[in-house]
Design a binder for this molecule. Structure first.
Ligand code: ATR
Length: 271
């Protein structure tokens, strides 16, 4: 490598054309005065491990990993952080002298965004809607943020039950609850089809923050529904920027400020 070679990073996925990660990491680099490049790389569905090996050999210093490769990245990692281990998925890879390190920064990104929104997580009652990978990945970071109760509600009750047993959290029946939650998080993919997730009657009150991990130029169906119930709502764009900030901090040892980058992305989405 020549002395002028720039430090190289990339996001790996399939498809990857619409990833906002290059814009986010370039903004972080500018903000913190770091010199690096960050690319999108579309990886063939059957070649994840081989491609990562080639990229590391070519000198890449780190990767974000997105759909559909997070479980393969978990399997490929030779060392994993506790939060990656709990998530069963890896969204951040970094070659080290002790082997390939796998981390999962999604939950930390969510926690950072909830804090940015002014949510007092210590002692909070949190309801997670959905029992897939997105839910699994945030349970440990939410617990470490000091929440008092995490309950899980899912269309397929057996999957909620299995996750609840694994993590020692509660199951919330989909029908109704007497006590509203402080935070209700939509971690289902129902919104991709414009559908609502299962939401127990009484779970959302005026003091609730209803948070959708999905995001878009318009409020999601879940956000619109919860606004109608009088709740404060937020989408997952801040979580996306938050997970990127956490990956950047792992790779570079410098923590960027997510807020201005989030404002920049939000403005660009409205154009
Ligand atoms: P991810 O890794 O994004 O979490 P996943 O593991 O496929 O994706 O999980 C998707 C979650 O969204 C599941 O909890 C799924 O509910 P089921 O376990 O009942 O399948 C939930 N989900 C997807 N579409 C939904 C819909 N239309 N209504 C309610 N829940 C839905």
């Amino acid at each position: 490598m020549s002395a002028s070679a720039v430090d190289r990073y990339a996001v790996l996925g399939n498809p990857i054309a619409h990833s906002k990660s290059p814009a986010i990491h370039s903004a972080f680099a500018a903000q913190t005065g770091q010199r690096l490049s960050y690319e999108r790389i579309e990886v063939p569905l059957d070649a994840f491990a081989a491609r990562v090996g080639e990229l590391i050999a070519a000198g890449y210093l780190g990767f974000n990993v997105t759909v559909p490769f997070k479980e393969q990245a978990f399997a490929l990692a030779q060392r994993r952080t506790p939060r990656a281990q709990a998530a069963g998925a890896v969204n951040t890879l970094m070659p080290t002298s002790d082997g390939l390190l796998g981390d999962n920064t999604d939950g930390a990104g969510l926690v950072a965004d909830l804090q940015r929104l002014g949510v007092q997580l210590a002692g909070a009652r949190v309801l997670l809607l959905g029992a897939g990978g997105a839910s699994r990945g945030v349970i440990l970071p939410l617990r470490e943020a000091g929440v008092a109760r995490i309950a899980i509600c899912n269309r397929t009750a057996d999957k909620a039950q299995a996750l609840a047993i694994e993590f020692g959290i509660a199951v919330q029946a989909a029908e109704s609850t007497d006590t509203p939650y402080d935070v209700v998080i939509n971690a289902t993919s129902a919104g991709l089809a414009g559908a609502l997730p299962p939401l127990p009657t009484g779970a959302v009150a005026v003091h609730t923050l209803a948070y959708d991990m999905l995001y878009g130029a318009q409020p999601t169906a879940f956000m619109q529904h919860c606004s109608g119930l009088g709740a404060r709502v937020a989408d997952g764009l801040g979580m996306l920027v938050g997970q990127a900030a956490e990956s950047f901090a792992l790779w570079r040892g410098v923590r960027p400020d997510a807020e201005p980058v989030l404002a920049q992305l939000r403005a660009a989405m409205k154009d």
